[in-house]
Design a protein around this ligand. Structure first.
Ligand code: 5GP
Length: 182
């Protein structure tokens, strides 16, 4: 028996139907904005963005686009806040491409700041950011968000790709994790 709440279903914050409706709106906006793009590369940040990326891109009505992934992690408490480690780089060259960066949630902004700087350094033609969730009250560095699903308060959320210790990613909704965070 566990004494924490890790086996309880998280309290729903954003229901599946609301996610689907919002993703439809975002996909329509992306389709409209990239109609004239000569080369669009959609890049997700593993692992949290995967559910969102798949559902979004299936509804983007454009000529074939490329899909790739970064994986990042923070270095932990012993280092400078904001240092982000790239665990997996993209396989494709982004030089001259329109890049749509797809993220699950923007919190401090450090992860996306690092990736945006890298993509600019590699001479992407344009970079836009699409995030399902945004926690603006937690921001430490500015990141321009072009497409945003939902702004939320400073809560620890799980589900629809987001985890707590690798669990809960498979929930079809966004919920608030109310167990102890270790
Ligand atoms: P940032 O670099 O913006 O601080 O952090 C972004 C990453 O932190 C997200 O991609 C996600 O992995 C993680 N993160 C931030 N807030 C939450 C949250 O409420 N729940 C979960 N599961 N992960 C979060």
């Amino acid at each position: 028996m566990t004494s924490d709440n890790s086996n309880h279903y998280p309290r729903p914050l954003i229901e599946q139907a609301d996610l689907e409706a919002k993703i439809g709106e975002l996909a329509a906006a992306v389709t409209r904005d990239y109609r004239d793009s000569e080369r669009l590369v959609a890049i997700g940040v593993l692992k949290g963005s995967v559910f969102f990326l798949v559902d979004l891109l299936k509804r983007v009505d454009l000529a074939p686009l490329e899909v790739d992934f970064f994986q990042t992690s923070s270095y932990g408490a012993a280092t400078e806040p904001g240092e982000v480690k790239i665990l997996k780089d993209v396989d494709v060259s982004v030089r001259g491409a329109d890049v749509l960066l797809i993220e699950d949630i923007v919190d401090t902004g450090y992860t996306l700041r690092t990736i945006l700087d890298l993509l600019r350094f590699r001479k992407a033609k344009s970079v836009r950011l699409c995030t399902l969730l945004d926690k603006p009250s937690r921001r430490k560095v500015d990141v321009p968000i072009d497409y945003c699903g939902f702004q939320i308060e400073d809560l620890f959320v799980v589900g629809y790709g987001l985890d707590y210790n690798e669990r809960f990613r498979n929930l079809p909704y966004i919920g608030v994790y109310e167990g102890e965070i270790r």
